[in-house]
Ligand binder design. Structure first.
Ligand SMILES: [Zn+2]
Length: 276
């Protein structure tokens, strides 16, 4: 029988594989609980609509290979759906509303608090979730007193050689980057005969407005006919494997830092009090 939750990190770090008693007995002080978040949305004619959730889980799996064996780091089942209303209307997009996603994450945060945990990482692989998760992270922090971290896979450092400048700026959806990663992890789910390239006329039309910084609200119909942003034709499984490896090593260091982070050490309370 082919079991879904088997092998590697699913045996070692998937929190719900433990019993209630085991979870009760976990050391909570230095624990880090990771909630992967993805999306189910159109990614052009060549990639599965599950692309972002696959990316969240696979980058996480890769990174957990590199954390020290005794790290107190666990992950929860993913939230497979995200806020994808920028892609609604294209077949295969299944979006949560902002309020639903916020309620869901708040409920999970409250439950973690009740179980005695102290740190939650929102591990996101869908760009359309970023702004909302920033807001939600603070809500969870204020309501539950958990330390809440955010990590966006799309914002991880990437070696210069992997993508050219245009692809870095504009290739944010179903382009070289995402296609290479899915080719490396789920090659049978990729339709290579459908590979294409499309870029919006952003660099010609604007000096300052970009997807990354000074921003503008958009839906996919504003910026793409095919549904993709970027060039899938330059993608390769080998590139994807190397990106996973680079991401994995970087994320592992970030996870260890989060696990050891104490937010109440950030102010110098004693010396300020002395001065008063
Ligand atoms: Zn994506």
């Amino acid at each position: 029988m082919n079991r879904r939750y088997s092998g590697g990190v699913w045996e070692e770090r998937f929190l719900p594989r433990l019993s209630s008693t085991q979870i009760k007995n976990l050391q909570k002080k230095d624990s880090l609980i990771i909630l992967p978040i993805g999306a189910v949305e159109q990614h052009g004619p060549h990639l599965p609509v599950f692309t972002d959730t696959i990316l969240a889980e696979t980058v996480l799996e890769e990174s957990l290979k590199y954390v020290p064996i005794d790290s107190n780091i666990w992950f929860l089942p993913s939230i497979p759906y995200g806020k994808s209303n920028e892609h609604l209307g294209r077949a295969g997009t299944f979006s949560l509303s902002s309020s639903t996603l916020q309620s869901l994450i708040l409920d999970i945060g409250r439950s973690l608090k009740q179980s005695g945990f102290r740190r939650l990482l929102l591990f996101n692989a869908h760009g359309g979730n970023n702004d909302l998760l920033n807001l939600i992270a603070r809500e969870v922090r204020i309501e539950t007193d958990l330390m809440v971290f955010r990590l966006n896979v799309g914002g991880l450092a990437l070696d210069e050689k992997f993508l050219d400048e245009k692809e870095k700026l504009l290739g944010i959806h179903g382009g070289d980057y995402e296609t290479s990663l899915i080719m490396a992890s789920y090659p049978n789910w990729v339709r290579e005969e459908e590979f294409s390239a499309e870029y919006p006329r952003l660099l010609q039309e604007s000096m300052y407005l970009r997807f990354q910084k000074s921003n503008f609200a958009w839906t996919i119909d504003d910026v793409s006919v095919s549904g993709i942003l970027g060039n899938a034709k330059t993608a390769s499984a080998e590139k994807g494997r190397r990106i996973y490896e680079q991401h994995g090593k970087q994320v592992a260091e970030m996870l260890v830092e989060m696990m050891n982070f104490e937010i109440d050490c950030l102010t110098d309370k004693e010396s300020i009090e002395i001065k008063k």
